[in-house]
Design a binder for this molecule. Structure first.
Ligand code: ZN
Length: 277
């Protein structure tokens, strides 16, 4: 039998410090092949069509039962967070951040890759329409308006985080919030996170599960806030790429460009801008 000290040793590094836990959580990817934009009562909705796997028709209670369309994703990266922030940038570039057909198209494309963002448990202002869609047409959907307000809130939380951490000081004007107000805002957003506790009896693992993709993205942001410099001084921190202005995780300190924008690529871009100008 092992002593408690031996067991603790097994979980320590060479310096005797307890090793960091691998942070793992799960979100459910709900996969459909097609997404369509539809209008009901003058509001835009995106509906999922053509499930990749036939879903079980057994619905309801606290949410829709989607059976085999759900793939649990074990997550240790910031994929959802960054993809949603990029989507927000893309929408903002159109200079029209209201729910419209063009923005719905961008969102539908995002869904194709990442799945249905909500599992019907969403606190949608148009919940009745969504329930009707399912009962009458077996269509799962969500309102573009609701998606966009979640997207906007995610971006605001991210900006507040960058500002408070001093990563991007240009993000000072976050809906006119002061530094202290930004901190309070971050606190309130993180404390509202809704995650479920599960225990995987096959793997004997405790798992935290997000109930929709926005919650999962917020959880990823929360994990980002816990990233520290590692033992050999490598600086895993979030930074804004000097070339494309998008966030990325630094692999070394003072890394200025994301993997998509190597310095060479950035240089070429600069030259071509100069030529055009
Ligand atoms: Zn970049």
């Amino acid at each position: 039998m092992k002593t408690l000290d031996e067991i603790i040793d097994m979980h320590a590094n060479e310096n005797g410090n307890i090793i960091n836990l691998p942070v793992s959580f799960r979100y459910k990817k709900i996969t459909y092949n097609k997404y369509e934009t539809k209008e009901f009562n003058n509001r835009l909705y995106i509906v999922a069509k053509d499930p990749v796997l036939k879903h079980n028709n057994n619905i309801y209670g606290s949410g829709y039962f989607l059976g085999d369309t759900i793939t649990p994703i074990d997550c240790k990266s910031c994929d959802l967070l960054f993809s949603l922030l990029k989507l927000y940038e893309k929408i903002r570039e159109t200079k029209n951040v209201k729910p419209n057909k063009k923005n719905a198209e961008y969102i539908a494309n995002w869904c194709k890759k990442y799945g249905l963002p909500f599992q019907g448990r969403l606190r949608d202002i148009n919940r009745e329409v969504i329930d009707d869609l399912y009962k009458k047409n077996e269509l799962l959907g969500f309102s573009v308006e609701d998606f966009m307000s979640n997207l906007k809130a995610l971006n605001k939380t991210f900006s507040a985080y960058l500002y408070v951490k001093g990563i991007d000081k240009d993000r000072e004007n976050i809906s006119g919030l002061s530094f202290e107000e930004c901190k309070e805002f971050l606190k309130s957003q993180f404390e509202r996170l809704e995650m479920f506790n599960r225990f995987d009896i096959e793997k004997l693992e405790f798992i935290t599960v997000a109930n929709n993709l926005f919650q999962a993205a917020m959880y990823q942001l929360m994990l980002l806030t816990t990233i520290k410099r590692d033992k050999d001084g490598a600086f895993k921190e979030i930074a804004i790429c000097k070339c494309c202005n998008m966030p990325f995780i630094q692999n070394r300190r003072n890394q200025k460009y994301c993997s998509d924008c190597s310095p060479q690529k950035a240089y070429k871009r600069k030259i071509s801008v100069k030529k055009r100008g």
